[in-house]
Design a binder for this molecule. Structure first.
Ligand code: FAD
Ligand code: PYC
Length: 414
């Protein structure tokens, strides 16, 4: 793989850009791999990347039924933060946030990580107490966050109306090194690095069955034929229940649509990310100038991967109270993704009842921020059978009643 650099741009500029090579190969599947990952979203690709980088396992295929990054990874509002409450979550999300800091250099691919800072607004006394508690927990966990008052919120975000009639802004939980990254660049960067290590990223290849010999996985059937493997990682977000059923076990998950929209582009108006969880919406401004706005999940389970108009209306109506200038903007487009939600709003990174099958799912509305950390941890789990970052996130916790409750930190209404 030729490295991307300022020198490469200059070189290609003088030869009319004829020397760029394909970012990743488009191979046909081999008969057998040491490991197969189902799902070329961020989590699947990151898992494969760290299998190669950290454990030297490169005889790997990543199978994707559509196009890589075409699931939730390419549909989210790109918010990155690690201000969770419970210790196992803080460890995992902070590992992930710290990997985002150096991801562009590590992958030699500009993922446009922008640590512009994230505020989670408190607009009720209940939220004030909740976020102050999180700030204290984060201090003990070594995660840098702070509680800030309303005036500081206004300094950081001048378009905010502090004195809303129903929900005045009472302060916020501020994470200065939270922010955003370009979501599809994250998928593309990992895919290019995996391909460069000799792994096969195979698109348009749907897994239709999981084959077992007794209690052990031996391979998968796909729309491109049967492929054998020693280990299998299921990393398919909203389709996790479906794939688990193919392997012969059940998951404590629900799949629901979550949606977002962008406004027409405007001049720079805000340079932080805001999550306003009481009026319910989250927003940031993209580099192109669009206001990127997200809402809550649909109130019923579905696999439709599209938005619904009543959510757009509810989200924008509620946000207008706190951000009145939004009422003057036109909506440019909206979309949805299918997110996989667990009862405690924490992910599942786990061995499964089938020997050799591992599952990474349940990131729900908040897994973009977790991509590198999750990939790092899942690779360790698949390579060594255990990872300190995944120990608490096994699926047996739902039988044992050992929940990792992150319903406040999730920030999105379910
Ligand atoms: P995906 O990216 O969905 O990848 C799974 C892949 O598996 C898909 O490409 C799918 O096609 C493939 N697949 C499924 N079945 C099969 C099969 N049988 N064979 C082969 N391939 C298969 N998170 C944040 O942290 N911050 C945010 O701001 C944020 N905002 C969001 C806003 C919206 C509107 C949505 C929908 C989500 C948001 N999220 C956010 C959540 C985040 O996007 C997801 O948690 C994350 O992208 C999940 O990544 P993934 O790799 O697990 O799944
Ligand atoms: O988890 O930070 C998050 C998030 C923001 C928008 C959707 N999820």
């Amino acid at each position: 793989m030729k490295r991307y650099s300022a020198f490469a741009i200059a070189r290609e500029a003088v030869r009319y850009h004829t020397g760029w090579e394909r970012a990743w190969r488009a191979p046909e599947p081999k008969k057998k791999y040491d490991a197969i990952i189902i799902g070329a979203g961020g989590h699947g690709l990151a898992t494969a990347y760290y299998l190669g980088k950290n454990f030297g396992i490169t005889n790997v295929a990543i199978l994707e039924k559509g196009w890589l990054g075409g699931g939730n990874t390419g549909r989210n509002t790109t918010i990155i933060r690690s201000n969770y409450l419970q210790d196992p979550s803080a460890a995992l999300y902070e590992k992930s946030r710290s990997l985002y800091e150096t991801m562009s250099q590590d992958l030699n691919y500009n993922v446009m990580f922008s640590p512009r800072g994230v505020i989670m607004l408190a607009q009720t006394h209940h939220e004030v107490r909740g976020y102050q508690r999180t700030a204290h927990a984060n201090a003990l966990q070594g995660v840098q966050t702070e509680w800030i008052g309303p005036q500081k919120v206004k300094e950081l975000c001048s378009i905010i109306n502090l004195d809303g009639p129903r929900y005045p802004v009472l302060g916020g939980l501020w994470q200065a090194r939270g922010g955003t990254a370009r979501h599809d660049a994250v998928a593309w960067g990992y895919a290019r690095a995996c391909s460069d290590m000799g792994m096969d990223v195979i698109q348009q290849c749907e897994v239709t069955a999981i084959r077992r010999d007794g209690g052990k996985v031996v391979g998968v059937d796909t729309t491109k034929g049967a492929i054998d493997c020693d280990k299998l990682g299921i990393v398919v977000a909203g389709h996790s229940g479906d794939l688990a059923a193919k392997a012969g076990f059940r998951l404590p998950l629900e799949s629901v649509a979550l949606q977002a929209l962008v406004s027409e582009p405007i001049k720079p108006a805000m340079d932080v990310v805001i999550m306003a969880n009481t009026v319910h919406g989250y927003l940031s401004q993209s580099d192109k100038g669009e206001m990127v706005i997200g809402g809550g999940t649909d109130g019923y389970n579905n696999y439709t991967q599209r938005g619904s108009f009543h959510h757009v209306e509810e989200t924008v109506r509620a946000l207008n109270e706190t951000f009145p200038m939004l009422s003057r903007l036109k909506m440019l487009r909206q979309w949805g993704g299918i997110v996989d939600v667990t009862g405690d709003r924490s992910p599942i990174l786990s061995k499964t009842p089938v020997d050799g099958v591992f599952i990474n799912c349940g990131w729900g509305t908040g897994g973009f921020k977790a991509i590198p950390g999750s990939g790092w941890a899942m690779a360790e789990l698949m390579a060594k059978g255990h990872s300190p970052l995944t120990d608490e996130f096994g699926m047996e916790r739902f039988i044992e009643g050992r929940f990792i409750d992150e319903s406040v930190a999730a920030g999105v209404a379910h």
